[in-house]
Design a protein around this ligand. Structure first.
Ligand SMILES: [Zn+2]
Length: 388
């Protein structure tokens, strides 16, 4: 290595993926997951992990591999009638202080568990995808559908930076398929569709004054009390969509006001986030908020449509039946917004299916029961090989 060459060597995931073969108890899949987690990849800093993923995939003669920024896409070309698209994001939310990496294996309440940043959201899904991508398409292990494997960057940040969105703009053909599976944590069961999300700022206007003579002004923070009252009294709805029941949620996620500790403030802004059922359009969700905050200034700052579960499409129904048979778990609605919505917008039915408890995503103590890794891998493998 020369003194100017400061690039660290690419982490070699290949021996781990090669070892993570079906029939094993799953230890090698755990080793692969640990290696993937131990390459830090906080949003915007995914290049080392993307390099490792790219090197692994390029070593597979049965895959065509493309790279766009820190997104890597690999495809089989077996001439099948239908194509399944898998998508998994490589980034994580920031580490804790002190850092929750490297990962550690712990004997926990649910058996052996891997702890550390990314062990739930969503490197287990990435590990399962990599192990299957390396295997399926080799001679003698050919899947019943063509497969596209998408590993992408910057899912955990603002929608404009999202790597899957960038791929859709740069190479829309790479997202094409008949069914999409997003490997977000779903406790190894199928979670269909997702709620939409909208953020609004609800604001009040007052009149500034010296706090010693408050009667001269109008306190904008006090004017916000009815806004908070309406939020506290709000009963979230439950909405049935295509056979799954979506529970909505609505609440304040921020409040700001005040310029100094001796000034009556003339402005107060309450930021509200509404997670709405996938049967509602973004416009309908906005109208709902405008009705709720009638009389106040309401400004939309961010909105993303939800996704209907789409489980009535034949290929989705077949997948659902296969996973139900393998795991005994029926499909559930997804509450958080995920990139299944992006596929839904392209007219591709999409579900979330991956190891890890979604309630632990982004938490300091995120961890996954390792038994879920092999369970997801085996269910996907059997379905893709037409053996379930
Ligand atoms: Zn995620």
């Amino acid at each position: 290595m020369t003194s100017t060459d400061l690039t660290p060597p690419v982490v070699d995931l290949w021996p781990l993926a090669e070892a993570a073969r079906p029939g094993e108890a799953g230890e090698d899949l755990v080793a692969l997951l640990a290696a993937i987690c131990d390459v830090e990849s906080v949003s915007g800093d995914e290049s080392a992990l993307a390099d490792a993923v790219e090197v692994l995939l390029r070593a597979q003669p049965h895959l065509e591999v493309l790279r766009d920024g820190n997104a890597v896409v690999a495809r089989t070309h077996l001439g099948r009638d239908q194509r399944v698209v898998f998508a998994g994001h490589l980034d994580t939310v920031p580490l804790t202080t002190p850092p929750n990496l490297p990962t550690r294996l712990v004997e926990g309440e649910s058996g052996l568990e891997l702890w550390g940043r990314g062990t739930v959201d969503m490197k287990p899904g990435v590990a399962v995808m990599l192990a299957l991508a390396a295997e399926l398409g080799r001679p003698g292990v050919e899947p019943a559908h063509d497969v596209t494997w998408i590993f992408y960057d910057q899912e955990e940040v603002e929608a404009v930076r999202n790597g899957l969105g960038r791929l859709a703009r740069h190479h829309p053909e790479l997202l094409a398929g008949d069914f999409a599976i997003v490997g977000e944590p779903s406790d190894a069961g199928i979670e269909g569709g997702c709620n939409g999300t909208i953020r609004v700022e609800v604001s009040t206007r007052g009149v500034t004054a010296h706090s010693a003579r408050a009667w001269v002004g109008v306190n904008a923070i006090h004017l916000a009390a009815p806004i908070l009252g309406r939020l506290a009294a709000y009963q979230p709805r439950e909405v049935a969509v295509d056979g799954l029941v979506y529970r909505e949620s609505l609440g304040a996620v921020g409040i700001r006001g005040g310029v100094a500790t001796n000034v009556i403030p003339d402005s107060c802004v309450v930021t509200v986030n509404y997670r709405f059922a996938p049967s509602l359009s973004p416009a309908a969700a906005e109208n709902h908020l405008r009705d709720l905050f009638d009389g106040y200034d309401v400004v939309v700052t961010d909105v993303a449509r939800g996704a209907r579960p789409g489980l009535d499409a034949p290929i989705a129904a077949a997948f659902t039946a296969a996973v139900e048979a393998a795991t005994g778990v029926s499909p559930r609605p997804k509450y958080g917004w995920t990139d299944v919505a992006r596929f839904a917008e392209l007219g591709i039915p999409a579900v979330n299916f991956g190891p890890g408890d979604p309630l632990l995503a982004h938490k300091d103590d995120e961890h996954v029961p390792v038994a879920q890794l092999a369970r997801c891998r085996d269910a996907l493998r059997a379905w893709l090989l037409g053996r379930s």
